[in-house]
Design a protein around this ligand. Structure first.
Ligand code: UDP
Ligand code: MG
Length: 315
C-alpha cells in the first residue's frame, strides 16, 4: 500500500462531543477530494470515551490512523506525536479536533502548496470566542512579535499545511518546551499566510485551561526571545544609573547646602523596589534554568501507548 499524499493531523483531548462532527466533516472531505488522504488522530490521554471512539473508527476505516498517548501531555506534544506518526508524502495539514479550523480549507491551502510554498499558515481574521480570550490573544501576539527574534506572524496558530520536508525538520527538533508556531517560523523556507474566520467550537468546552495557555505563552516568550534576560540587564543598568545620580545629589546637598540628607522613606521605598526587581530577576533566570533542566533530562517527549492503523495490519 503506497503512502498517502496528505496527512490531516488532529489532536484530541476529551473531545467526545465534537468527535462525531469531526468524523462526518473529514469523511465528506476525503470522499470528494481527489487527493489520497489519511487522517492521523492523537488521543492525548482523554478521560472520557474519546479513545474508545477512535479505536472503533480506526478498526473499521483504513483512512484513519490513530495514536494513543500514555497520558495527557498537552496539545503541543500531542501534535508532535501526530506529526511523527503521519505518513503523508507531500504535506501535513494540521487542525484542531474541535473543528475551529475548518478542514474544508485543505483545497485552498493545498493550492498554495502547489505554488511552491512549504508552509501555508492560517491567519485569523475573526474569532468567535469570549472577549477576554480574544483580547489576551490579541495582546500576546503583538507582544510576541515585538520581542521575538524570529518573525512569528500575527494571529496565526498551529492551523497550517506544512510540506513533508518542513515536517521532517520539525520532527528532528528535540526541544522539550514546544511552541510549534514559533518553531515553524524559525525553520524558514517559503511561507505564506491565508486569512480565515475561526469558527466557534463545534461542541463541548475548551480543553485548554488558563494554566495551559499561560504555559504556551511562556514557552513562546522564553524560547523565542531574549527579551526577559535583556530586560533584566537593562533594568539593572537603569537602577545603577538612578542610584549613581542619587549619590551625586546627596554629595552636592551635603557639601554645598549642608544639613544631613533626609530621606528615610526614600530609603525604604528603594529597598522594597529593588527587592522586588531582584525577585523578578531570580524568577526569570529560574525560567531559563528550568528549561535547561527539563531538556537536560533527555527524556522522550511523549510515550505512545498504542497505535492503530488498519492499513499496516493488513500488510
Ligand atoms: N488538546 C489536546 N491536549 C490538551 C488540550 C487540548 O490535545 O491537553 C486539543 C483539543 O482536543 C483540541 C485542540 O487541542 O483539539 C485545541 O484545544 P482547545 O479547543 O481546548 O483550545 P482553544 O481552541 O480554546 O485554544
Ligand atoms: Mg478550540
Amino acid at each position: 500500500m503506497s503512502d498517502p499524499q496528505i496527512s490531516i493531523v488532529a489532536p484530541l483531548y476529551n473531545e467526545r462531543e465534537s468527535f462525531p462532527h469531526l468524523v462526518t466533516r473529514l469523511n465528506a472531505l476525503m470522499d470528494r477530494s481527489p487527493l489520497a488522504i489519511e487522517v492521523v488522530l492523537i488521543d492525548d490521554g482523554s478521560r472520557d470515551n474519546t479513545a474508545v471512539l477512535m479505536q472503533q473508527l480506526a478498526l473499521t476505516d483504513d483512512r484513519y490512523h490513530c495514536v494513543f498517548l500514555a497520558r495527557n501531555y498537552g496539545h503541543q506534544i500531542a501534535l508532535t506525536a501526530g506529526m511523527a506518526a503521519a505518513k503523508g508524502s507531500e504535506a501535513l495539514f494540521i487542525i484542531d479536533g474541535d473543528l475551529q479550523d475548518p478542514p474544508e480549507l485543505l483545497d485552498e491551502f493545498y493550492a498554495k502548496f502547489q505554488e511552491g510554498y512549504d508552509v501555508v499558515y492560517a491567519v485569523r481574521k475573526k474569532r468567535k470566542e469570549g472577549a477576554f480570550k480574544k483580547t489576551a490573544y490579541f495582546l500576546f501576539y503583538r507582544f510576541m512579535k515585538s520581542i521575538s527574534y524570529v518573525d512569528i506572524p500575527l494571529d496565526s496558530g498551529d492551523f497550517s499545511l506544512i510540506s513533508r520536508r518542513v515536517a521532517n525538520v520539525l520532527n528532528q527538533m528535540p526541544e522539550e518546551s514546544r511552541f510549534i508556531r514559533g518553531m515553524r517560523s524559525w525553520i524558514g523556507f517559503k511561507q505564506i499566510g491565508v486569512e480565515y474566520e475561526r469558527d466557534a467550537r463545534v461542541a463541548g468546552d475548551a480543553k485548554y485551561t488558563f494554566k495551559m495557555l499561560r504555559k504556551l505563552a511562556y514557552n513562546g516568550i522564553f524560547n523565542f526571545s531574549e527579551f526577559p534576560i535583556k530586560f533584566l540587564t537593562n533594568l539593572g543598568m537603569f537602577s545603577i544609573g538612578i542610584a549613581f545620580l542619587y549619590f551625586i545629589q546627596t554629595l552636592i546637598k551635603k557639601y554645598f547646602f549642608g544639613g544631613v540628607p533626609e530621606g528615610f522613606t526614600a530609603l525604604l521605598f528603594t529597598i522594597i523596589l529593588f527587592g522586588g526587581i531582584q525577585l523578578i530577576g531570580m524568577g526569570l533566570i529560574g525560567e531559563y534554568v528550568l528549561r535547561i533542566f527539563f531538556q537536560s533530562k533527555g527524556r522522550p517527549l511523549y510515550i505512545v501507548r498504542e497505535t492503530i492503523r488498519k492499513k499496516e495490519r493488513q500488510n
